[in-house]
Design a protein around this ligand. Structure first.
Ligand code: NAX
Length: 325
């Protein structure tokens, strides 16, 4: 039997976690021969609820689940972890402005970035889901000077999956026949879901679906999907977010499929004219645990404008919390 791998999950009493933890414990991230230890972080008032979740985890008698620790202390939670799923964040409360939300979350991710810097494995992979995900990732990176920006990524895989699903439904094929969709930019309604490079059963997507559908249906549907799930369910996407978190981390750790890529918010190196240093979602391939931004894609004027728009929002978010960087 292999040695257990240590995985931290923050916001562990929350909705996404309630789906994620059970899938991690069943081996969906690293396979059925890889035992894990779970390190669960919550704020103090949520610890009693988290105890209930831990009871249920134990009650599954998962063969791969070795140890579960529960804490409200970030340094304890991140001690020696190889993987960290940062789900915990402050939701927008009544009367709260966007900049207040940015500020409280920035404070949470500053503390967690510092703790990761001090105690996590030097190869840790930190996937940030808590919103505003890209800017929270930037804050965490800046507070972890002894780790590399490559240790961190923001989750845009749910948007990527939503794009695959829309395209598969429209063209009447299985999702496995859809490759190379891209989410550019911010995990917000300014994101740009792009199918200019996408393939449906090996053929160019835009030769099979019309441009009007792409511009006037596909883009707004993917951008507004989160809001529409909230409208319908009264709660935000949870199971699909957990699914995306596993898929993104798995692609990062074990590699992307030959001929395909994933979308992931990473530190921009200036690729495609995006300002260096911003956490921007790009098409990404991964090999041996290292990610690379897909290079050389032709970008037309329409795409350039959409990519700029979401970059501008990311700059505004960064400027709103500049004092914490
Ligand atoms: P919940 O509100 O159900 O759970 C969040 C949990 O985080 C709560 O239990 C809370 O006590 C905890 N928490 C708050 N501050 C914390 C801290 N400092 N340390 C540890 N835990 C803390 O939200 P849930 O539905 O699970 O969503 C989690 C986050 O994911 C939210 O920010 C949400 O907006 C974001 N999402 C991001 C998505 C993405 O694609 N990037 C999609 C899904 C989701 O909307």
């Amino acid at each position: 039997m292999k040695n257990p791998v240590d995985i931290a999950v923050t916001g562990a009493a929350g909705q996404i976690s309630y789906s994620l933890l059970f899938r991690l414990a069943s081996g969906e991230l690293l396979g059925a021969d890889q035992p894990i230890n779970l390190h669960l972080l919550e704020i103090t008032p949520a610890l009693p609820a988290l105890d209930g979740v831990v009871m249920e985890l134990h009650d599954c008698a998962y063969p791969l689940l070795h140890r579960v620790t529960v804490t409200d202390n970030a340094k304890q939670a991140f001690n020696n972890v190889d993987f960290a799923f940062l789900l915990g964040a402050r939701p927008r409360g009544p009367g709260m402005e966007r900049k207040d939300l940015l500020q409280c979350n920035a404070e949470i991710f500053a503390v967690q970035g510092k703790a990761l810097n001090e105690v996590a494995s030097r190869n840790v992979k930190v996937l940030i889901t808590g919103n505003p995900a890209n800017t929270n990732t930037l804050i965490a990176i800046r507070n972890a000077p002894d780790l590399s920006g490559e240790n961190f990524a923001a989750m845009t895989m749910l948007d990527h999956n939503r794009s695959i699903a829309q395209l598969a439904e429209k063209s009447g094929v299985q999702t496995t026949e859809i490759k190379n969709v891209i989410i550019w930019g911010n995990h917000s309604s300014t994101q740009y879901p792009d199918i200019h490079h996408a393939k449906i059963k090996g053929q160019d997507a835009l030769s099979l679906v019309d441009n009007d559908w792409f511009v006037n249906y596909f883009i707004p549907t993917v951008q507004q999907r989160g809001a529409n799930v909230i409208k319908a369910r009264g709660l935000s996407s949870a199971a699909s977010a957990a699914n995306a978190a596993i898929k993104q981390m798995r692609a990062w750790a074990l590699g992307t499929e030959e001929g395909d890529w994933v979308s992931m918010g990473v530190v921009s190196d200036g690729s495609y004219g995006i300002e260096k240093g911003l956490v921007y979602s790009y098409p990404i391939t991964s090999m041996d645990g290292k990610v690379s931004i897909v290079q050389g894609l032709k970008i037309n004027q329409f795409s350039k404008e959409r990519m700029k728009l979401t970059e501008t929002e990311l700059k505004e978010e960064r400027d709103a919390i500049k004092h914490l960087l």
